[in-house]
Design a protein around this ligand. Sequence first.
Ligand SMILES: Nc1ncnc2c1ncn2[C@@H]1O[C@H](COP(=O)(O)OP(=O)(O)OP(=O)(O)O)[C@@H](O)[C@H]1O
Ligand SMILES: [Mg+2]
Length: 464
Amino acid sequence: MSRWTAAQLEAIGERNKNLLVAAAAGAGKTSVLVERIMQRITDPDDPLELDQLLVVTFTNAAASQMRQRIGAALTARLCAHPGAKTRRQLLLLNMASINTLHASCLDLVRSHHYRLGLDPSFRVAGEDEAALVRENILDELLEKRYDEGDPLFLALSDDYGGEKGDASLAELVLRLWDFARSHPDPAAWLDGATAAFAAPVAGLDDLVWSGSIREAVRLAVETAHQLVTQALEGAGAPGGPAVYAPVLARDLDMTGDLRRWLDGPWESLREAFGKVVWARLPACREKDEGMVARVRGLRERAKEILKEVRERFMAREPGEILTDLRKLAPFVGRLTALVREFDSAYQEVKLARGLVDFGDLEHFALRLLTGPGGDPSPLALALRERYAEGLVDEYQDINPVQETILCMVSRGDNLFLVGDVKQSIYRFRLAEPCLFLEKYRRFPSGPGGGERRIHLTENFRSRP
Ligand SMILES: Nc1ncnc2c1ncn2[C@@H]1O[C@H](COP(=O)(O)OP(=O)(O)OP(=O)(O)O)[C@@H](O)[C@H]1O
Ligand SMILES: [Mg+2]
């Protein structure tokens, strides 16, 4: 890249700490990650080998694209500065750990299957195949419980079966099962969910997950505020659309107002969101079209982000949500029991067929990496030695099991995490602790200390 932005350069050059790089789509997150890798392996003073890096993606396509991008950067460097060191990194490329987390887990599980009591001939079921097996098992289970006439179960299936028959109850069970499995200790998570509903809920602010929703809202509001601040700066810059400044100043007051309500009661925050109105920008005759487009783009992104939050979290009256939750409470115990019954039936079938699904790979890997008392196992400690740094692209997609795996193999000051702000709000699901948001809040933005957050706000993809 001929001109990295100041924030990008900081993200590329910062060392010896856990770093969270937050940005929107097209802000150059993956480019920054690749450049950081390049700089680490070509560092004149302290060069790393490519296979000392653990690079994690969430899809096979992203992994092979990452490999390609690193390969292209290495080839370009080799042309410009031929040398044995760069050539060796190119040779290491195919062996380097640039994979989906599932692929890395599979490697671990294959090499250590005997420790897990796993028959080495196990086969990994594809997502579709596993989903089909699950559906069949669940259908059978629901049928059986229905025939038994358990009154709580019948009430539950009445409420959730609706016109679609058992389909939506089955969906609910599978969703809960999926949530539970995405945690390091699924059984404990189910216990926690049951207990959370057993306690009477006075208001929305008391709910266990209201904290996580607030984090999502906080991130959105802070991001929108920053974007509008930058738009206003752009309007005042030479060649910028100065006529936009008064409207942008009012926008900034408005996002500032929202910020003030972030720690207030939910009702007030929701009311403040209800007052968000974006005035029209006046006609602009300035010559520098690029500047005008940039300022408008920043403001549009702020608008989009706040709209997303309003639609996702504030569409329903708090009273309505509370009524629904209270109606659900008596059934939650039965529901979580159903999830457990389903899980053990599914485990049995997988065992009989020698199947392992993606979730199993994560849980098996975690078991291998965890020693007694939850400390890292000798295997985890060996991996901590092997990997000088762990780099994760699309970090907003990580689940708690994967996060725990990552923590087991990292030293506590060597993770480089890049994630998409908007996606983290959009994908946020109730009751799922949002790891991205939690770090975003916790990591300070300034240098110094063992953790840092860097925000990339320029968007390069939509540039003219
Ligand atoms: N400083 C810069 N100057 C000019 N172009 C840049 C800069 N940084 C990144 N780009 C370009 O912006 C485009 C998007 O970059 P990249 O794919 O790294 O973004 P991303 O944030 O990872 O996007 P996504 O959210 O889709 O994964 C690429 O074409 C990249 O070359
Ligand atoms: Mg990317």
